[in-house]
Design a protein around this ligand. Structure first.
Ligand code: XIL
Length: 318
């Protein structure tokens, strides 16, 4: 049985993967990516981001996102949708202009309205806001914060609730919140504040981009998940990968395997962690080498499509 079959038996809703458009012509890749017993859920790595969805103001293009979500639906895979509001991968027309606050709020609402409606039935969850906090727990300086103020986050959630299907779970998503630390505590404070005031939020996504030798332990991840579950919102591991300092070695692969298995186990054992998504499963298309020079081999399948120890460690644990 594949990872999703095993994950469901262990009580999760899904085990999923991100898929990038660059690899859609690789049939061997696609036969794994849309194999429902391996992955019960897919996320477009890029195609639902602002620069691709609304490359010109008011002109929407869903082709890159659809190239992932449609085959996913045909294969019976759930969708996680990513992401309405981020500070990266924004189109030039949006970043270049000096918007007034009312103008930018309108632009934000219009973007969410169109994209939410297009993907109305395709998203188990939406990452409504991505990476809004700094490591010290303060809000990241972005065009959203600078022009709209800190209320941009709750505005985005309200717009998302207004235009997505009522079944769609609305998530705040971030990295570095897989331990109890200043950042994850600030996110928990925001969730608490939203719930108290009726701002719609259903979940917190822990990206879980880890590095062998520096990753959180099972207990640390469990404690961070619990701080959100305690408040009454669900959690998911949304972008799990474990990068290696290159060159990779047998020892590093064993260490990587344990990190993968411990992370998935922390989700399985939690009160309300619904699923795990890996940020791609195939090393050659991982975002890691480009973003972190000197690192790589972060995925479950190696370049020649063999399953790595990490794959077997997860499947043995499940
Ligand atoms: C990454 C993609 O995988 C890359 O292809 C792209 O060039 C940059 O973005 N956190 C996120 C994801 O929330 O959207 C990022 O995806 C990886 C880090």
């Amino acid at each position: 049985p594949g990872l999703d079959v095993l994950a469901k038996r262990a009580g999760l809703l899904y085990f999923g993967t991100a898929i990038d458009n660059v690899v859609l012509n690789n049939s061997q890749y696609i036969s794994i990516a849309h194999n429902k017993s391996e992955f019960g859920q897919v996320t477009p790595s890029n195609g639902q981001k602002w620069m691709y969805i609304e490359p010109q103001q008011g002109k929407f293009n869903y082709s890159m996102g659809d190239a992932i979500t449609k085959p996913g639906r045909e294969a019976g895979q759930m969708g996680r949708c990513h992401t309405f509001i981020w500070h990266n991968q924004l189109p030039e027309w949006l970043t270049a202009k000096n918007w007034t606050k009312p103008e930018l709020v309108k632009v934000l609402e219009n973007h969410i309205r169109h994209e939410a409606r297009h993907y109305y039935d395709s998203c188990y969850a939406w990452d409504v806001v991505n990476e809004a906090f700094n490591d010290d727990g303060t809000l990241r300086e972005t065009m959203w914060l600078n022009t709209i103020g800190k209320s941009y986050i709750e505005l985005a959630f309200k717009f998302a609730r207004k235009y997505t299907s009522p079944r769609t779970r609305l998530y705040y998503n971030d990295y570095g919140i897989e331990r109890v630390n200043n950042k994850s505590i600030a996110v928990a404070e925001m969730v608490k504040y939203f719930l108290k005031r009726g701002v719609p939020i259903d979940g917190v996504g822990l990206q879980a981009h880890f590095t062998t030798g520096r990753s959180p332990s099972y207990n640390e991840t469990s404690a961070s998940i619990a701080q959100y579950n305690k408040l009454g919102v669900e959690v998911a591991l949304t972008e799990l990968d474990v990068r290696q300092a290159l060159p990779d070695s047998h020892e590093q692969q064993q260490a990587q395997a344990k990190i993968y298995a411990d992370s998935v186990k922390a989700c399985v054992d939690a009160k309300d962690c619904v699923g795990v998504t890996v940020w791609d499963f195939w090393d050659p298309v991982s975002w890691v080498p480009e973003t972190f020079p000197g690192y790589g081999d972060a995925c479950l399948w190696s370049a020649n499509f063999t399953k790595k120890p990490a794959y077997y460690a997860i499947s043995d644990m499940l």
